[in-house]
Design a protein around this ligand. Structure first.
Ligand code: SF4
Length: 317
């Protein structure tokens, strides 16, 4: 039996009122909650988390495999011993996205991440994209990009040959430490000297840029005002898994560690802009916790719940 008519009308009225607001009330509440959980010193006027965005979202524990063997990959040893074509992936995407919608509001961007998503057959990949979209998330497939055109065509077009996805976004992972990409030889090592020897055009580009900057600013101004300063931009500053474990335990206990290193890790976890959902506990965890603390156990469990098919040896005749 469906809901009584009066309840349906009340729900419709509430939705209509919400639709007239510039920002959905659920989003406003999620932003406020995110702001309150940020460390005090990062609640600055320039902070976007908790003001304009609640941050990114990502999947975990459903397709951990990858077919490249990159040296610095954070994936655990068990990740490649799990099958990724099963129904469990779709169920997990639905459950995780439902929780994210419930906790972080009706609109967000979510990455299908945690392994190489293109190892899922095109139909299974398309299903996960549609399930993500159904919960108001704009999905992005995180991929190493070593994919054939046939795969992309089969992803976009259903078995009837008609488009099944309005659009598809990929977040590409490309760096010099990757290994196993088809058609690309891996450099023997990654020292700048070797990079320059192999790619002399980098030196030409750098020299051209330097020349333009010098002519624009002028050498005398640069030298006179001591304007040249080395700056490092750090996109990712790594933490030890042991520190993350201790910091996460302290955060969950609601305490502040007296060890400065662990306390710094705690603050970085609080400020992490990337969340992953655990429907079994109703918890959202920072991606750093997911990858360094929870993934190994999760993948070990998946190895048993989603075992690779066993190949029987042929009997000798
Ligand atoms: S492509 Fe990414 S996930 Fe795959 S092995 Fe390399 S670093 Fe790991």
């Amino acid at each position: 039996m469906g809901r009584p008519r009066v309840v349906r009308r009340a729900v419709e009225l509430r939705q209509a009122v919400a639709a007239t607001r510039a920002v959905d009330p659920q989003t406003v509440a999620a932003l406020e909650q995110r702001w309150q959980t940020l460390p005090e010193h990062v609640r600055t006027p320039a902070q976007t988390l908790g003001r304009h965005a609640v941050g990114c979202e990502g999947t975990h524990g459903m397709f951990p495999r990858c077919n490249l063997p990159c040296t610095p990959c954070y994936h655990s040893r068990e990740a490649n011993r799990v099958r990724v074509d099963g129904r469990q992936t779709l169920d997990q995407v639905r459950a995780q996205m439902r929780l994210l919608r419930c906790r972080r509001g009706p609109y967000a961007h979510a990455q299908l991440i945690g392994g190489e998503v293109s190892l899922r057959p095109p139909d299974g990949h398309a299903e996960t994209l549609l399930a993500t979209r159904a919960q108001g998330r704009e999905p992005r497939s995180m991929s190493h990009g070593d994919i054939d055109a046939d795969y992309l065509t089969a992803l976009m077009l259903g078995p009837d040959g008609r488009p099944r996805l309005p659009r598809v976004y990929f977040a590409g992972h490309f760096d010099m430490l990757m290994f196993g990409r088809r058609g690309i030889e891996r450099p023997p090592d990654e020292t700048p000297a070797r990079v320059l020897a192999r790619h002399p055009s980098v030196a030409v580009t750098f020299t051209g840029w330097l020349g333009r900057e010098l002519s624009e600013v002028g050498i005398s101004r640069l030298v006179g005002h001591h304007r040249i300063r080395p700056i490092t931009f750090v996109m990712h500053s790594f933490m030890d898994a042991a520190d993350v474990t201790a910091a996460w335990q302290a955060l969950q206990a609601g305490t502040a560690s007296s060890d400065p290193r662990i306390f710094a890790a705690q603050q970085r976890l609080q400020a992490c802009s990337y969340a992953m959902a655990h429907p079994e506990t109703g918890q959202l965890v920072p991606a750093r916790v997911q990858h360094s603390v929870l993934d190994p156990t999760e993948n070990a469990t998946l190895r048993h719940t989603l075992p690779l098919p066993t190949v029987r040896a042929r009997a000798k005749s």
